[in-house]
Write a protein that binds this ligand. Structure first.
Ligand code: NAP
Ligand code: G4F
Length: 323
């Protein structure tokens, strides 16, 4: 019998890669989508006929309970969230409702419908914020620096709490930044690679950015969704840091991206204060030793390869749009 999985956030970057992986592993995949006035299934269009889309919302626990009763999944991957850090200062309450309390709604639906369901929570390196040690590991104390980071800390601890209170197989993946050609255009990697492609095509002259000194541990999303799946295949639930163990500045990202299109970044990049944050996470670098040892996880794509892949994809995208 095929295993059944439910993904919340299936229309997002990670949801689309995870759905592909689970289909390859022989799962029956259901994806929860929220109602909107326009369809936004671009990232899953190529697999839409192979997945079962169900309507629900993290803000509505009734919808979660009904979906679980209908699908009876063996595994639930909770990827849905208000995931953009900058927006979390403008919409702190919505971010808390979705990214924090939404986790409780899913967990409680799992507990109510079938406590045997295995659960994955998409936790984040943003929880480390003003980092208390370098590199960050599973036991590093959290010091979030945005309403988003605070909400993710809640989501992490409610996952641990439901695991300990109700003996749920609930795991939390503390994932560091991961990117791809499917990344949203507002995040800095995609903003840069897409901006480079528009400048190379002669559409734009400049690219406005914020803090070039911030450093991140950037990996490839397709590598990271494999870690999510591996966590739910373990006998025991646990928490894992998933990272590359390398850090790079936004400036390095900019230099590499412009160079990949034979452009001089200093002629095009301007600093715009609108993209500076009220509180910044200056440095993130994770140690994935536990995930490597226990899950047998490793990443295939390094930072230069990731940037090259994203620039090439955006050059092709902009060219096709022009044609
Ligand atoms: P993403 O591309 O922004 O996708 C977010 C998904 O959540 C979308 O499918 C979105 O649906 C859905 N969503 C938002 N609010 C919802 C609601 N109220 N009810 C139901 N669905 C809702 O994010 P991602 O990069 O794939 O990240 C996946 C998860 O991992 C998120 O929880 C994120 O916070 C976390 N995370 C990401 C990273 C990273 O570097 N990518 C690192 C650590 C943790 P719509 O399409 O309708 O908007
Ligand atoms: O790409 P970002 O917006 O990602 P951020 O804030 O690190 O958050 C992402 O990774 C988290 C994992 O740590 C996830 F949990 C979260 O959901 C999301 O996926 O910004 C990265 C850095 C920041 O320091 C920001 O200040 O880039 C800096 N930056 C500089 N100029 C910019 C810009 N960020 C954006 N988005 N836009 C800019 O123009």
């Amino acid at each position: 019998m095929a295993k059944r999985a439910l993904i919340t956030g299936v229309t997002g970057q990670d949801g689309s890669y995870l759905a592909e992986l689970l289909l390859d592993e022989g799962y029956e995949v259901s994806g929860m989508v929220r109602r909107s006035s326009t369809i936004n299934f671009e990232r899953i269009a190529h697999i839409q006929d192979r997945i079962n889309l169900v309507a629900g919302d993290l803000l509505d626990e009734v919808s979660m309970i009904n979906i679980l009763k209908e699908i009876r999944p063996h595994e639930v991957y909770n990827l849905a969230a208000q995931s953009f850090v900058q927006t979390s200062w403008n919409q702190p309450v919505l971010t808390g409702e979705t990214t924090a309390l939404g986790v409780t709604r899913v967990l409680d639906a799992v507990r109510t419908v079938d406590p045997g369901i295995r659960f994955y929570q998409a936790s984040s390196s943003e929880m480390f914020g003003k980092v208390q040690e370098v590199p960050q590991v599973e036991t590093t104390p959290f010091y979030p620096r945005s309403p988003y980071g605070v909400a993710k800390v809640y989501g992490h601890w409610i996952t641990v709490n439901y695991r300990e209170s109700y003996d749920l197989h609930a795991s939390s993946g503390i994932l560091f930044n991961h990117e791809s050609p499917r990344r949203g255009l507002e995040f800095v990697t995609r903003k840069v690679t897409h901006g480079v492609a528009r400048i190379a095509a002669g559409i734009d002259q400049t690219l406005a950015l914020g803090n070039l000194d911030a450093e991140r541990d950037w990996g490839f999303a397709k590598d990271y969704v494999r870690a999510m799946w591996l966590m739910l295949q373990q006998d025991q639930p646990d928490d894992y840091v998933v990272a590359t163990g390398e850090t790079h500045s936004v400036k390095e990202l900019v230099e590499l991206s412009f160079a990949a299109a034979d452009l001089d970044w200093e002629k095009h990049v301007v600093i715009d204060e609108r993209f500076l944050r009220p509180a910044e996470v200056d440095l993130l670098i994770g140690d994935p030793a536990k995930a490597e040892k226990t899950l047998g996880w490793h990443r295939d794509v390094d930072f230069p390869k990731l940037v090259q892949m994203m620039v090439e994809a955006d050059l092709a995208l902009v060219k096709s749009q022009q044609a």
